[in-house]
Design a protein around this ligand. Structure first.
Ligand code: UDP
Ligand code: MG
Length: 312
């Protein structure tokens, strides 16, 4: 018997068909490991029967805890609420859709007992659509160059955080949360365990391509100002080229007189510069928008119901 207390944090949004299954799978695995634990479901404003199912489970099993949001605030908010409420010496974050195999829990706990503050489960991309794995690969290759923290393909939220690591994540109070980056930012000794990707249990992935793209942008702008610098350099280079062009044209005009058929070059440079300006404005807008959101200091989520102590 292991005397540490573990919290299993399960963000759930419209997972009514999975709640029972993940609970059973967890129970079975935890029976083998024989440790003290709580299973904390965060119902992220589900529109189906997810909350009903969780509520029923909590009635039948004292180890089941829940926090339920007033509406869908997103997985990041659900993770934050879970980390704030979890009381374990270590928190293990898992998806509700059975994509995170419970047989790995033993390995995660082993890592914790060896003294690691973060034990990360890393998956391969079996079963993901080709397009999605291809785009992810490119994104992670590229983001490695751009962002100051290390983000790795296949390392998601399925991980164990020690109490120290949880406290560290909770210290980061930003409104736009990008957990993957935050987990990497806090550092600590980290161990990786590997597993094969699993196809989702029931229901659909909540990630449309649109959501994924937004998540990708969040990953870039949450962690540095390099995109702004790219705009600055790009703008400077284009300005220099434009000046060079103007100079050459001036010399040409002085030498041979005014040349009328300049339509193409004017239109192309106007369009090109317009594009560059819009992109730069867009990037600046991303940051300004974030500053705006941060200054409002709105809570990350609102709780409708819970069987735990109130929020900090
Ligand atoms: N999730 C959530 N809020 C959301 C979207 C998703 O709490 O707005 C939960 C979802 O119920 C699941 C986990 O986050 O437990 C991962 O979601 P999903 O399986 O859709 O993502 P994928 O595995 O496709 O990355
Ligand atoms: Mg999933």
């Amino acid at each position: 018997m292991n005397d540490a207390y573990y919290s299993f944090l399960i963000p759930s949004y419209n997972e009514s068909d999975n709640i029972q299954l993940i609970h059973e799978a967890l129970k079975e695995e935890l029976g083998k490991i024989n440790c003290n634990y709580e299973i904390l479901f965060v119902d992220d404003g589900s529109e189906d029967d997810t909350f009903k199912k969780i509520h029923q489970l909590a009635k039948d099993h004292p180890s089941v805890k829940y926090v339920s949001f007033t509406r869908n605030f997103g997985k990041e908010a659900a993770l934050l609420a879970g980390l704030r409420h979890a009381r374990g010496d270590a928190v293990i974050i898992m998806d509700a859709d059975l994509q995170h195999p419970t047989y790995l829990i033993g390995n995660l706990i082993e890592g914790f007992e060896e003294g690691f503050d973060q034990v990360v489960a890393k998956r391969n991309r079996d079963g993901d659509s080709r397009m999605r794995s291809f785009l992810s690969k490119i994104y992670y290759k590229w983001i490695d160059q751009v962002v100051d923290v290390k983000l790795k393909d296949g390392e998601g939220d399925f991980r164990l955080l020690s109490r120290k690591a949880v406290e560290a994540v909770l210290e980061l109070s930003e409104g736009n949360r990008f957990s993957k980056g935050l987990f990497s930012w806090i550092g600590f000794d980290q161990k990786t365990v590997y597993y094969r990707n699993h196809i989702r249990g029931n229901g659909d992935s909540k990630w449309s391509y649109k959501k994924l793209i937004n998540y990708g942008i969040e990953g870039i702008v949450s962690f540095n100002q390099k995109p702004l610098r790219v705009c600055l350099y790009g703008g400077l280079i284009i300005m220099f080229l434009a000046l060079l062009y103007i100079f050459v044209m001036l010399v040409e005009i002085i030498r041979t007189g005014i040349d009328v058929p300049g339509y193409f070059s004017i239109i192309s440079s106007v369009l090109f510069l317009g594009g560059v300006q819009l992109v730069s404005l867009g990037i600046i807008g991303e940051y300004v928008g974030r500053i705006y959101a941060e200054t409002k200091r709105r809570p990350h989520y609102l709780i409708r119901d819970s069987n735990m102590d109130r929020d900090l």
